[in-house]
Design a protein around this ligand. Structure first.
Ligand code: ZN
Length: 375
């Protein structure tokens, strides 16, 4: 085992067994597969399997290609049947793991859940994780200061999740990660440079890591996080954003069949049939809609704009800042911005960086009262 892997292993063990009183160190635990009965596993290099319940190494070998399942007393890895519900696999190859055909660095934890299904967790150094996702969250052609701002908030967001989920099996879920994380294949020179130049830096408010939310384009004013989630923090109350006007996502338009809206909302338990009118009830300080009032043969139905967007599809109804009118059998939406609107406006950051603003200036603008510090 080289030193790097030993550190990741140690951190995995610490997080699981001791619950470090500070931030869960620099290893992030990502649930890459949840609730599966079996998976394919290929390991390169010399590897060892550690029983995390008995705290001992139970198997070691060189390279393996096999299937992983569960059995009554534990987990089956090819011909090996450890009587344990929690295993850690480490290898001396930094890109050792191919799981269901996808490459992963760091270490892998296999956990058998009470429903006999497998949970697969990738333990990876935080800086490597940020390198793996930055390319997907920001174009590597963007100005360096915008990339650095994104690297700092991606790191901050991960640290916040590590802190919040310390007592859970993992820090971050796979929904975003599995789609966007591609290990070394996703890394680019400029995005890696932004990560290296901001190494260990995160965003703090009154000495604490903040949930550094971000979105593509705010459309003129960022949103108050308290209106969407149970997070009431001064840096996330929303700011005027004059910077994203030239964003390619500033305006959006979408025609949606009334029958399709009815179908999607009905599937979520809303009672409506043959929509006759769509109205808007209330707007918040940022201009985003509070509720939609939908009239149909079933009467009046009130749906929060947040739920409406999530139900119809957040990439179709790109924001909750829109107007809507019925034309024939369709609802015609005209909107501005893309995303929930909380925290940093990525296209605003892009134009601020183009205007010569530094990463720290950009972050101070979108998260007022915060400081960038090494954690
Ligand atoms: Zn903006």
């Amino acid at each position: 085992m080289n030193n790097k892997l030993s550190i990741i292993t140690l951190t995995c063990l610490l997080v699981i067994s001791i619950f470090s009183p500070t931030y869960a160190s620099e290893t992030v635990r990502i649930a890459i597969i949840q609730d599966t009965s079996s998976l394919s596993l290929k390991i390169k290099g010399f590897f060892q399997i550690r029983d995390l319940e008995k705290h001992k190494i139970i198997y070691h070998a060189k390279s393996i290609e096999t299937t992983v399942t569960t059995y009554k007393s534990g987990i089956v890895i090819g011909g090996i049947k450890p009587a344990s519900d929690k295993l850690l696999i480490e290898s001396d190859d930094p890109e050792a793991f191919l799981i269901n055909g996808k490459s992963f660095r760091g270490n892998i934890q296999l956990i058998k859940k009470s429903n006999n299904k497998l949970l697969v967790i990738n333990c990876i150094e935080l800086e490597d994780y940020i390198k793996g996702i930055l390319y997907h969250e920001s174009s590597h052609y963007w100005p360096m200061e915008a990339l650095k701002a994104q690297a700092i908030i991606s790191r901050t967001y991960a640290l916040y999740q590590m802190q919040e989920n310390r007592r859970k099996d993992f820090d971050l879920t796979s929904d975003i990660y599995s789609q966007v994380y591609g290990g070394e294949a996703s890394e680019r020179f400029r995005t890696n440079k932004a990560v290296d130049e901001t190494q260990g830096k995160a965003l703090f408010f009154k000495g604490k890591i903040i949930p550094a939310y971000f979105h593509a384009t705010c459309g003129g004013h960022t949103e108050d996080a308290a209106l969407l989630w149970n997070i009431d923090l001064a840096p996330l109350k929303g700011v005027v954003c004059p910077y994203c006007k030239e964003s390619p996502h500033f305006n959006w338009h979408y025609d949606f069949g009334l029958k399709d809206i009815e179908k999607k909302l009905s599937a979520k338990g809303f009672k409506l049939k043959n929509i006759t009118n769509l109205g808007i009830e209330g707007k918040d300080a940022s201009g985003r809609i509070t509720n939609l009032i939908i009239n149909s043969e079933q009467g009046e139905t009130k749906v929060s704009a947040k739920d409406f967007r999530e139900t119809i599809g957040p990439n179709l109804i790109r924001s909750t800042n829109f107007s809507v009118a019925i034309e024939g059998k369709d609802a015609v939406f005209e909107g501005i911005g893309w995303g929930h609107g909380v925290g940093l406006c990525q296209w605003g950051a892009y134009f601020m960086a183009k205007d010569g603003k530094s990463a720290e200036e950009i972050l101070k603008y979108y998260y007022p009262g915060t400081n960038v510090k090494t954690f």
